[in-house]
Design a protein around this ligand. Structure first.
Ligand SMILES: N=c1c2ncn([C@@H]3O[C@H](COP(=O)(O)OP(=O)(O)OP(=O)(O)O)[C@@H](O)[C@H]3O)c2ncn1[C@@H]1O[C@H](COP(=O)(O)O)[C@@H](O)[C@H]1O
Length: 112
């Protein structure tokens, strides 16, 4: 059974690292390097997830997805946001088909 509280604990750890930059910590070092470095790591981990999805065993996606989620949570924290903000956005979308949402966009917002 998965640990259902891990994201809440990880989020608290990430916030604590943001507030205590002196601690020797990978997370704190990313906050120190700033938004561009954090965003770059999110991009790298996203690409590594895509590579795992397209070339490895399905189970290989799991550690890459964990890296991606971890770095995405650091990005959210850097912006003063949290998983709750993402939960609220997902809840707002709940029940609306992605096809319907896309069809309702103004023409200028519709990529091909
Ligand atoms: N969940 C994670 C976690 N997932 C991945 N990583 C680290 O994220 C890094 C990303 O891997 P890469 O190979 O891309 O890193 P890298 O090549 O060293 O990065 P670059 O210097 O090239 O940018 C590695 O150093 C991983 O160890 C994590 N580091 C920390 N955590 C959690 O965060 C907590 C706090 O960690 P510290 O901030 O290090 O104290 C830990 O107790 C864990 O719960």
């Amino acid at each position: 059974m998965a640990d259902e509280d891990i994201l809440a604990r990880l989020e608290a750890t990430i916030r604590a690292r943001k507030d205590s930059p002196a601690v020797r910590s990978y997370t704190a070092s990313l906050f120190f390097q700033g938004r561009h470095k954090i965003a770059q790591k999110v991009g790298e981990e996203a690409v590594e997830t895509v590579i795992a999805a397209c070339s490895g065993e399905d189970q290989d996606i799991v550690p890459e997805a964990a890296d991606l989620l971890f770095h995405l949570m650091i990005l959210l924290a850097d912006a003063g946001l949290s998983l709750d903000d993402v939960r609220r956005e997902l809840a707002r979308r709940e029940g609306q088909s992605g096809h319907d949402e896309k069809a309702g966009r103004p023409l200028s917002f519709r990529p091909e």
